[in-house]
Design a protein around this ligand. Structure first.
Ligand code: 6PG
Length: 495
């Protein structure tokens, strides 16, 4: 039998779908699963009659492959990935390639890449986004690792990836070692942000008396061909909210428990942001909202003990729907600006050499956050690679400047009606903060720290001179006030 071009390990939904996708593009694919029954079931089911070679031990799998061997792991992140790497190693030779296509933590990927490259084995950690359908018909692929490793699978990846409307495959070399997984994790953080922002709008609409099908119709309109909000997540919100519960008259959405679980990538995004000192309040709010959703017992108990009285909506419904539309768009821009800022900080800290414009291009199709809107991000960074923040891109800046009042209105009306808007508020406040040359809240905190802990503070030129005071060498000058001494003298701290 002809040798396989690539192997897929892990016959859960993503692994099977990817194997079928590869086969459909003309590749011979060897497959393996830890429990043989799954491999057998696949071989006798969806893979029957196809160029898919079932194997039942790892030596058999490796032997079935042409050289250099290319083996893609589609297994649960964490220990299972390490276990498979350890089990594969005795069968591999320098120049062979292992690909981890799961949602792995990027620091694990950096560690694995280092360990394997010391043995001459190439390693790619890649994001694969798009769920089951994407894996089968075309995902967005975000590979990180050695460039020569990427070259070994570039053709396969380009063939199986989703194609954007201009025909471009949604895959590109992201950068070294953990770059691909970092970008995928951030993609998921942005996905959480999008989902929570949409959810807050839905909560508000529900609060002012709209039924699920009415909200679904609004979402469907917002997914119109030329609508700025047009995106996969808006589309599936519209579609899923129309779904009835078990053939009854009730909508499924009204019967689904208000609990959003999560597997960890959103939390990693926030953890990375904390580590890299990058504020991502919308994405963090989305994680916090999921956490609050999971504490159902607490909420059921609290409502008995703390009654929050709120007003009700008395404005014009059509008007507030339009306000919500533009508010959501601004919040989305803000959230993506936060995600991009995180990518840029990680790129510096970990030498990922990320190209934001090209990453946005990959996300245009196949992945969960896919949207026409991503084209604007690509264009923004193509025309100005030094953009200080996505919000400064002229097209976004114009929209935000002209419509920011609508985001303020949405948040305030939502709050008046008792609807939380954590992510929306985070998005709004991010814009307010990032455009403040002086943050008085930080001025007072700086003083407080110096007062209680002698931690020192920097100075600016004056109320109208926000620039930092520097010495003749250009170094920022630091000061301390002796708060407990008479006259409270100020002295300069020299380092
Ligand atoms: C994707 C998805 C995918 C998956 C997440 C869900 O890009 O295809 O993001 O990776 O659906 O694991 O994440 P949570 O379980 O954390 O919501």
């Amino acid at each position: 039998m002809k040798k396989a071009n690539i192997a897929v390990i892990g016959m859960e939904v993503m692994g099977k779908s990817l194997a079928l996708n590869m086969e459909s593009k003309g590749y011979n694919v060897a497959v393996y699963n830890r429990t043989a029954e799954k491999t057998k079931a696949f071989a006798e089911g969806a893979a029957k009659g196809k160029n898919i070679i079932p194997t039942y031990d790892l030596k058999e799998l490796v032997d079935a492959l042409e050289s250099p061997k290319k083996i893609m792991l589609m297994v649960k992140e964490g220990q299972p990935v390490d276990n498979f790497i350890d089990m594969l190693l005795p069968h591999l030779k320098p120049g062979d390639l292992i690909i981890d296509g799961g949602n792995s933590f990027f620091k694990d990927t950096i560690r694995r890449n280092k360990m394997l490259s010391e043995k001459g084995i190439l390693f790619i950690g890649t994001g694969v986004s798009g769920g089951e359908e994407g894996a089968l018909k075309g995902p967005a692929i975000m590979p990180g690792g050695q460039f020569e490793a990427y070259k070994l699978v570039e053709k396969i990846f380009r063939d199986i990836a989703a194609k954007a409307y201009d025909g471009e495959p949604c895959v590109d070399y992201i950068g070294p070692d953990g770059a691909g997984h970092f970008v995928k994790t951030t993609h998921n953080g942005i996905e959480y942000g999008d989902m929570e922002l949409i959810g807050e709008v839905v909560w508000f609409f529900k609060n002012i008396g709209m039924k699920a099908d009415e909200i679904a119709d609004i979402m469907a309109k917002w997914n119109g061909p030329n609508d700025i909000l047009r995106s996969y997540l808006i589309e599936i919100t519209a579609d899923s909210m129309k779904q009835k519960h078990q053939g009854s008259d009730e909508f499924l959405v009204d019967r689904v428990a208000d609990i959003t679980r999560m597997k960890g990538t959103g939390t990693w995004t926030v953890q990375s942001a904390l580590e890299l000192l990058v504020p991502i309040p919308t994405i963090a709010a989305a994680v916090f909202a999921r956490e609050m959703s999971q504490d159902k017992d607490l909420r059921l108990e609290m409502v008995k003990r703390l009654k929050i009285s709120t007003g009700s909506f008395s404005g014009n419904k059509d008007e507030i729907i339009n306000v919500a539309h533009d508010a959501l768009y601004i919040a989305k821009i803000s959230s993506y600006a936060q995600g991009v800022a995180l990518l840029q900080a990680a790129s510096k800290a970990y030498n990922f050499s990320l190209n934001i414009g090209r990453i946005a291009k990959i996300w245009r199709a196949g992945c969960i956050i896919r949207a026409q809107f991503l084209d604007e991000i690509t264009k923004a960074y193509e025309s100005d690679p030094k953009l200080p923040n996505l919000l400064a891109a002229p097209k976004f800046a114009d929209f935000v400047q002209s419509n920011i009042g609508k985001l303020a209105t949405f948040i305030s009306v939502a709050h008046q009606c008792g609807v939380p808007a954590l992510a929306m508020s985070g998005a709004f406040d991010y814009i307010l903060q990032i455009t403040s040359p002086i943050m008085p809240s930080a001025q007072v905190s700086a003083l407080q720290r110096d007062y209680f802990g002698a931690h020192g503070y920097f100075k600016i030129g004056g109320p109208d001179k926000p620039e930092l005071m520097v010495n003749e060498k250009g170094q920022v000058r630091e000061f301390h006030t002796e708060w407990l001494l008479p006259g409270r003298p100020e002295r300069e701290i020299t380092k």
